[in-house]
Design a protein around this ligand. Structure first.
Ligand code: HAM
Length: 420
């Protein structure tokens, strides 16, 4: 259908994009405050990057990627997330040679072939940050603080930060074994996907939503029980940093996240108000990923948050964002004879940095006034008639409802002083 957008995608209309711009500006401001700089990577990458980066046992790689062959016969994939691309860019552009850590952020569309539902789309948008080169738990706490601060500044309430440690390649094999040993007697009672996960990625069974599986998980060993000394210290320190800045958190030993690259810290921020897709933000540490994608061993930590879910949350909590600014001036032409002068004047105003709207439909003066309402202009300039021959215009202050005749140059200077 030519007039129907693809399933799971959205059109954002001007009444939406104003809000997006406000939220994006807030995120950019926060990144500036926290010392994160923007990176923009391609929307598509070679498929291999995500197979290796995201992990071939994940739902994303197994079921959700938009993969196709381009005209040159290469397999490419629309990015399902931006961490793998950020790592690729970090290695390819030798960012490790710059003073470390490298602190990057991104905002943009991601693509996953998921079953669309409230808060879950096939093209969705993420804001995310990635910090490369810092192994310290302070880096984990810093990115969590950034995410938390964002939601606070929007005024959202009822957020729950869940945090866990999924260990490292030293301590995870023993935990994996312990979990498999615990589940094995009931293996045939687990759901199909958990039975599949049992060999390849048993940790994912921990966050299966199926109530039956949850029942057989009762009393299962946790990753926290199995952490090695270094991982235990790291996790305790992250919690201490969060305590120090009064960010409340819940240690959730079932939190493992759906991507393969995590080591140590894994976290999510949840908000019940927005329905089943309650994760507004997710992230964690990935100390092996840079190396796995061909770089030198480099620690990394990051998160991404779903932009659409921010707007769902704002709507659910009836939070209004500050109104958009209207234009400064509407320039109306009294009649057709004054159209060219009105056009010239509107252009002059814009050249001076004043937002000036005008009619481009040849409307009558009355219809122009009606049209002007749409712009919520603070002033209207009426050009034409005898005023034109006197070198003056009518300047109308819309809020006060007052109108006066004023020399053209004075009107421009007055408006420039006010708005430019
Ligand atoms: P993720 O948990 O897959 O992590 O996605 C992060 C956030 O993106 C989710 O919490 C959710 O808000 C949003 N999101 C994910 N899928 C959808 C969807 N289909 N529709 C709408 N929103 C969605 C990552 O992507 C990791 N790259 C995060 C990360 C960065 N970890 C370390 N660095």
């Amino acid at each position: 259908m030519l007039t129907k957008r693809p399933r799971g995608t959205n059109d954002f209309l001007p009444e939406d994009t104003g809000k997006w711009q406000y939220v994006e500006a807030l995120l950019r401001e926060l990144c500036h405050e926290f010392g994160y700089e923007e990176i923009r990577t391609p929307i598509f990458e070679e498929t291999e990057l995500f197979l290796r980066g995201v992990g071939d046992t994940t739902d994303i790689v197994q079921k959700e990627m938009y993969t196709f062959e381009d005209a040159g016969g290469r397999s490419v994939t629309l990015r399902p997330e931006n961490t793998a691309s950020a790592v690729r860019a970090y290695v390819e552009n030798k960012l490790a040679a710059r003073p470390q850590p490298t602190k990057l952020y991104y905002i943009g569309p991601m693509f996953r072939y998921e079953r669309p539902q409230a808060g879950r789309f096939r093209q969705f948008h993420q804001f995310g940050v990635e910090c490369f080169g810092a192994a310290s738990p302070a880096a984990d706490a810093e990115i969590i603080a950034l995410a938390w601060e964002f939601y606070q500044r929007l005024g959202l309430k009822g957020l729950e930060l869940n945090i866990n440690s999924v260990g490292c390649p030293e301590c995870r094999p023993a935990y994996r074994q312990a979990l498999q040993d615990f589940l094995r007697p009931n293996l045939d009672k687990l759901c199909d996907s958990c039975r599949e996960r049992f060999e390849k990625n048993p940790l994912r069974i921990l966050d299966c939503k199926n109530p039956e599986c949850q029942r057989y998980l009762a009393g299962a060993p946790t990753t926290l029980d199995a952490l090695c000394d270094d991982c235990r210290k790291h996790f305790a320190a992250v919690c201490r940093y969060l305590d120090a800045i009064n960010i409340p958190y819940k240690i959730n030993t079932r939190l493992v996240r759906g991507l393969d690259y995590y080591t140590n810290t894994a976290f999510e921020i949840l908000l019940d108000d927005i329905g089943a897709q309650s994760a507004v933000c997710g992230g964690g540490r990935y100390n092996r990923l840079v190396e796995e994608l061909g770089g030198k061993p480099t620690p990394g930590v990051g998160f991404a948050l779903g932009m659409e879910r921010v707007f769902n949350a704002l709507a659910a909590q009836q939070i209004e964002l500050p109104a958009e600014r209207g234009v400064d001036v509407f320039v109306a032409a009294l009649d057709n004879g004054a159209a060219a002068e009105a056009f010239r004047l509107a252009t002059e105003l814009r050249r001076r940095g004043i937002a000036a709207a005008q009619d481009v439909m040849g409307r009558s003066l009355k219809a122009q006034f009606k049209y002007a309402d749409k712009f919520a202009a603070a002033y209207t300039l009426i050009v034409g008639g005898e005023e034109l021959s006197r070198g003056t215009v009518q300047l109308r202050d819309m809020a006060a409802g007052e109108q006066r005749e004023i020399p053209l140059a004075e009107a421009v200077a007055y408006l420039a002083a006010k708005f430019a």
